[in-house]
Design a binder for this molecule. Structure first.
Ligand code: ADP
Ligand code: NA
Length: 333
């Protein structure tokens, strides 16, 4: 078992990234170890280039994401933690796989259509090719399982298609089709201002977003001010089905407390959100505060974070080298 996943260093990390991705990875670390496997988590700095960012913002965000992972419990001695740009084999394999992937396949990628919008001609070639780099990221390590959000499922399907075609064309079994790992437990966190939109780092105007570096007061304030309907908590999780704001707050509470939403609803049944929101604010401060403190400490200690990334990249590069060599040979290089 080899689990590989990445996160892009763009924008501010938020509660959705933590509960929907990083916290899941931390939980998986022990399971993967128990199965005798390996976890690899990387900061996808090469992917960050596909849409314009100031270079310094990418550098800062790389440290922020690394710090968030370590502070949340990704242990660099137990998982391989690195930034993608430090392992050139990602780019090299992506180029080789560019010759296997078909233009028609990439044309079907919905994320490119969404991100490029009406200005397709003005989109970078990198944005178009993003899914091939993502395929390289996981095929390079013969990943067995790739934790992904719903929005990345289509890209992982493409990685599987690329692996299949490569193996067929070059009569080998070098590339392994990875399985998506879509955790049922991974919650989708919605904006505290508009529960029809997901909490997102790519929405800079969402002042209600809970950033992982927010101080205690900011966290508490944002939960106290979260939009809700006037009804009290229902009697069951099911009863909240047409109440997106209520559902979102219960989802966040349950995920932070490691409880089921049913259990949380049962505890607060009949009470107004006027008392639920302060309880949620306290819980969030208690859970996120220590992570933030450790993140802030690590962000200020760039040398030690960089040393961890460098060690991680060396380990990743040595895992990648034999596969890359075999792929080159299979292609006649
Ligand atoms: P964003 O969507 O904020 O730009 P990314 O696309 O870089 O963030 O996502 C990084 C990881 O965080 C992915 O695994 C993604 O599924 C997860 N994630 C992002 N936003 C949320 C959210 N609101 N709720 C749950 N998980 C999320
Ligand atoms: Na996303």
């Amino acid at each position: 078992m080899r689990v590989v996943s990445g996160i892009k260093p763009t924008g501010n990390l938020h509660l959705g990234n933590y509960l929907g991705a990083i916290k899941q990875w931390v939980g998986m670390q022990a399971d993967v170890e128990a199965a005798g496997g390996e976890s690899m988590y990387f900061i996808a700095d090469l992917h960050a280039l596909t849409e314009w960012s100031e270079p310094a913002a990418i550098t800062d965000s790389t440290f922020e994401v690394s710090a968030a992972m370590i502070a949340s419990g990704i242990d660099p001695t137990r998982s391989i933690l690195f930034n993608q740009a430090r392992v050139p084999a990602h780019s090299e394999l992506a180029w080789l796989l560019n010759n296997v992937a078909r233009v028609g396949w990439l044309n079907r990628m919905t994320q490119f259509k969404d991100k490029a919008g009406k200005n397709r001609e003005g989109a970078s070639v990198g944005l178009y090719d993003y899914p091939v780099l993502m395929a390289a990221d996981v095929l390079l390590y013969r990943a067995t399982h790739v934790p992904v959000g719903e929005d990345q499922k289509q890209h992982l399907e493409l990685a599987r298609d690329i692996a299949t075609k490569f193996n067929l064309d070059y009569k080998t079994d070098l590339l392994l089709e990875p399985e998506p790992l879509i955790s049922k437990a991974a919650p989708r966190i919605m904006s505290l201002r508009d529960a029809t939109q997901k909490m997102s780092k790519s929405n800079p105007s969402d002042a209600a977003r809970i950033n992982l570096v927010d101080d205690d007061d900011a966290i508490a304030q944002k939960f106290r001010k979260a939009k809700t309907d006037p009804e009290p908590m229902g009697a069951s999780w099911e009863s909240l089905k047409d109440r997106p704001e209520a559902k979102n707050l219960v989802t966040i509470f349950a995920a932070l407390a490691d409880r089921t939403p049913d259990d949380v609803v049962a505890e607060y049944a009949g009470q107004g959100f006027g008392s639920f929101k302060p309880a949620l604010a306290d819980l969030a401060v208690a859970k996120l505060g220590p992570i933030r403190d450790e993140m802030v400490r690590l962000i200020a200690d760039k040398g030690s974070v960089d040393a961890e990334l460098r060690k991680g990249a060396e380990r990743a590069a040595s895992l990648a080298a034999p596969l890359l060599r075999d792929v080159q040979r299979a292609m006649g290089l």
